[in-house]
Design a protein around this ligand. Sequence first.
Ligand code: SAM
Ligand code: SF4
Length: 442
Amino acid sequence: MWKVGGLVATHARRRVASSTASWLRWSGGVAGGSAHDSSTSHEQHGTADGRGRQQGKQRSPAHRANSPVRHARTAASMPKYDEGWEEKERDPPAPGERVKALRRQLRDEAIAGRSGPLEDTFGRRHNYLRISLTEKCNLRCLYCMPEEGIDLTAKEELLSADEVVRVARLFVANGVDKIRLTGGEPTVRPDLEDIIRRLRALTGLRDIAITTNGLTLHRNLDALQAAGLTHVNISLDTLVPPKFELLTRRRGHDRVLKSIDRAVELGYDPVKVNVVLMRGVNDDELLDFVEMTREKPINVRFIEFMPFDGNKFEEKKVVSYCEAKERILEKYPSLTRMRDHRSEVAKNFKLDGHRGTVSFVTSMTDHFCGGCNRLRIMADGNLKVCLFDQGEVSLRDAMRGGASDDELMGVVGKAVGNKKAKHAGMSDLQNMENRSMIRIGG
Ligand code: SAM
Ligand code: SF4
């Protein structure tokens, strides 16, 4: 049974009315169905053939033709696997042929000088791969899932377990030692345990992690651990059950808490709890989340709210790392920064007398691109070298087009070679088109 200190829970309950009201002003009400709909159906506004109806931003054909964004393409209109990154060079206006040629030469030299396909031209070695296993989810978080739903990719266009394992094997052979399974909600995929077991067999793979909403994890975590799951991140944005229903448009707060407890019981240390901090929504629970770390080996990770398609991002809703830290320090002066590894994306802190720790993921106010070691493969098999880069290349099409392992890694190497030094700043990011978060995979 989960226990939040009685006082904390009472305060939280008292506060839910005002923060809920402000949330409703933000979200325009509980969209996408009743908050009391406890359905865990996997339908996501899609049609029976799985392709989904036309939703989201409606764009004119002219806009589509001019758009540099490649993610909206269907498999048929995707460039061949070795074409995707050439197209990128045609996007910017030509600065003059000689300058262009010189730039290309410099880049080609930098690419050729790399130690392997997973090193980029800035010397960053990518040893961490995030694989999204599905676009489906049993929750509808307001900051992740667009109100109107998403166009689901047809099942046959998603990577099969065999394809996931093949890609993973190649990445591991080239230096990846940590894989995170994400989604959508990875636990809705029936072959999750099988995939974990097959990943476990890859020599050189140290960590197999999952990021999950925890709704059903308590039921199958024992089996997933036995299959080889080494790390668990569970997302939970509120300690107040009614607010959970507003935020996720579904019930299940108690089940998420149960999953956190089960993960602790099974010895995951720390169990990471992801909290997307949003002003007027859950920032009044900041200290309650910190209090959770007193008795439990939990790492509470406050994530700055990020803009993605359809998530109603506004800059004023971002609670910056600095502000959050100051507010915590007022009550917990012992909050002390820990030494972080260069590739660590979070800023980690400990507190005197607490078993757990607190971290901040500061993508919006203090990017961590310099030490970035991660790559993403989405459920449809597209590789994304940066969360905020619109460029993608289809590994699925390469595999299904008969690419050998070397050819496949050639495609990957080219994409990694094109990775930029850093992503855009907050004001530019919110005006950029990107996939919705649920289709990227966190
Ligand atoms: N369904 C799983 C879950 O919720 O943990 C995995 C997928 S979810 C997209 C991965 C992570 O992304 C979650 O921790 C979620 O809170 C976070 N996330 C989603 N939308 C976000 C946003 N707009 N800003 C910051 N984090 C976000
Ligand atoms: Fe689903 Fe996770 Fe997105 Fe919430 S954050 S809608 S649980 S994928």
